[in-house]
Design a protein around this ligand. Structure first.
Ligand SMILES: Cc1cc2nc3c(=O)[nH]c(=O)nc-3n(C[C@H](O)[C@H](O)[C@H](O)COP(=O)(O)OP(=O)(O)OC[C@H]3O[C@@H](n4cnc5c(N)ncnc54)[C@H](O)[C@@H]3O)c2cc1C
Length: 411
């Protein structure tokens, strides 16, 4: 009997999702001939710079439902997918390869080395062991379907090579050479928009306060019902920190439509009900009537911001609590709990950013990460219309979708 030819698979994109699907495929089908293509001359370039060079690999959250709520796009589909591969699986996978992860107080998980190169080294070693053919500097320009159902890849503008199945792990589709091929397969692409960015704000209330952070702020664009909470950082250009980044993710499309010029509100004391704040001011009036506002900074508020808000509210800092008029008291509460600010543009958050939008989710069978239109065409990672907030959720989506794609290709 003639020896059966091994099936040839192409994984396009040497990032997190591409490596994870290639390694899963080889684990499930050691006979598979796997070619991993990367157009750049560097593997895993985003892993390298991720998390400020430390790589926030995943998040310490092990409940698929809670985890899925961290994804402004793709939440429903990922919730089911996390039952196949979730952060505990990621932690175990790395531990089995002598890479230990540790959690920080906020749940973000990093390699104990605090070095993203640890993750890169692990993937490269595993890929060599699995004899995956690593082809960097190989950009795929087009993919088409041959009459026998196989895929023809045009590599570096030259030869066409045939593959049994393909996984697209291309990352952001912004100016992707394969957008045309994807559309030709009948797939549609949800419009792209940046996510996870800081707001540019030029406002007298924050002048000179760059570097100051408030531990628990609530921010929203149109309605407090659609607010985000968390630490807020005043920067030299405006505002950043988890609360702002989360808001930029959830409102990514809306803010793009507004061309990044919009009003937003801040409650600087998200942990305190408004009534308690009003009561606290009243208590000061009764118990500390002779003290000046400047000398009684309430609620552990940063002094400089407190003074700045008083100034903006036209309240002299030398006013004593007993002199504080009802009107001024109301204005102060308003400033503390729903100050209105204006964003004029955005700034890229260097620690993490992603693209919202990509191949439409409803055209993908998430049980196999396979196209519903073209058999044996798989998708993984950021090229799909799914993205998470900061905290390791974006890589987790890459591991999960890459894992499922690899498993399905091996079947
Ligand atoms: C600065 C920064 C820091 C980040 N930090 C974190 C973090 O700490 N934690 C976290 O969870 N997320 C982080 N992210 C987000 C995370 O990097 C992405 O969600 C993740 O990389 C997506 O993985 P991917 O494999 O889908 O895409 P990518 O990592 O972008 O990989 C896709 C690869 O495909 C290649 N490619 C594209 N087209 C072709 C083609 N036609 N032919 C061949 N190759 C091609 C690209 O060159 C690229 O290398 C960060 C992002 C940035 C920009």
């Amino acid at each position: 009997m003639p020896k059966k030819e091994p099936k040839k698979f192409a994984i396009i994109g040497g990032g997190a999702a591409g490596f994870f699907s290639a390694l899963t495929l080889s684990e499930r089908d050691p006979t598979a001939e796997i070619h991993l293509f990367e157009k750049r001359n560097q593997w895993l370039s985003k892993v390298k710079i991720s998390g400020g060079g430390r790589c926030n690999v995943t998040h310490q959250c092990f409940d698929p439902k809670t985890l899925s709520e961290k994804y402004p796009r793709g939440s429903k589909e990922l919730r089911a997918a996390f039952h196949t591969w979730q952060p505990q699986d990621t932690i175990d996978w790395f531990a089995q390869r002598q890479v230990q992860l540790k959690a920080e107080a906020d749940g973000r998980m990093f390699p104990t080395t605090d070095d993203s190169q640890t993750i890169i080294n692990c993937f490269l070693q595993e890929a060599h062991k699995a004899k995956i053919k690593l082809k960097k500097g190989h950009g795929i320009d087009a993919i088409s379907l041959a009459s026998d159902g196989s895929f023809l890849l045009k590599i570096n503008g030259e030869k066409e090579v045939s593959y049994h199945a393909v996984c697209l792990a291309l990352g952001s589709l912004k100016s992707s050479s394969l957008e045309h091929s994807i559309r030709k397969f009948g797939h549609s692409i949800e419009s792209l928009a940046p996510s996870l960015f800081a707001f540019n704000v030029n406002d007298s209330r924050t002048y000179g306060l760059s570097g100051l952070s408030v531990p628990n702020a609530q921010v929203w664009v149109d309605s407090p019902k659609e607010s985000q909470t968390g630490p807020l950082l005043i920067t030299h250009r405006g505002m950043s920190g988890p609360a702002i980044l989360k808001l930029s993710a959830w409102e990514a499309r809306k803010l793009q439509e507004k061309n990044y010029h919009f009003d937003f509100s801040i409650n600087w004391l998200a942990h305190m009900p408004k009534n308690s704040i009003i009561e606290a001011l009243e208590k000061q009036r009764i118990e500390n009537g002779k003290r000046t506002l400047k000398n009684t900074v309430l609620f552990d508020f940063p002094r400089r911001l407190w003074e700045s808000l008083l100034d903006y509210a036209n309240i002299s800092p030398d006013t004593t609590w007993s002199q504080l008029s009802k009107n001024n008291s109301e204005t102060l509460v308003q400033e503390l709990t729903q100050g209105l600010y204006q964003a004029q543009g955005k700034t890229t958050n260097k620690d993490e950013f992603v693209t919202c939008g990509g191949v439409k989710r409803r055209e993908i069978n998430f049980k196999r990460m396979e196209s519903k239109l073209v058999p044996n065409l798989h998708f993984a990672g950021e090229c799909i219309d799914l993205d998470g907030i900061t905290g390791g959720f974006n890589f987790q989506a890459a591991w999960t979708t890459g894992r499922i794609a690899g498993m399905a290709m091996a079947e």
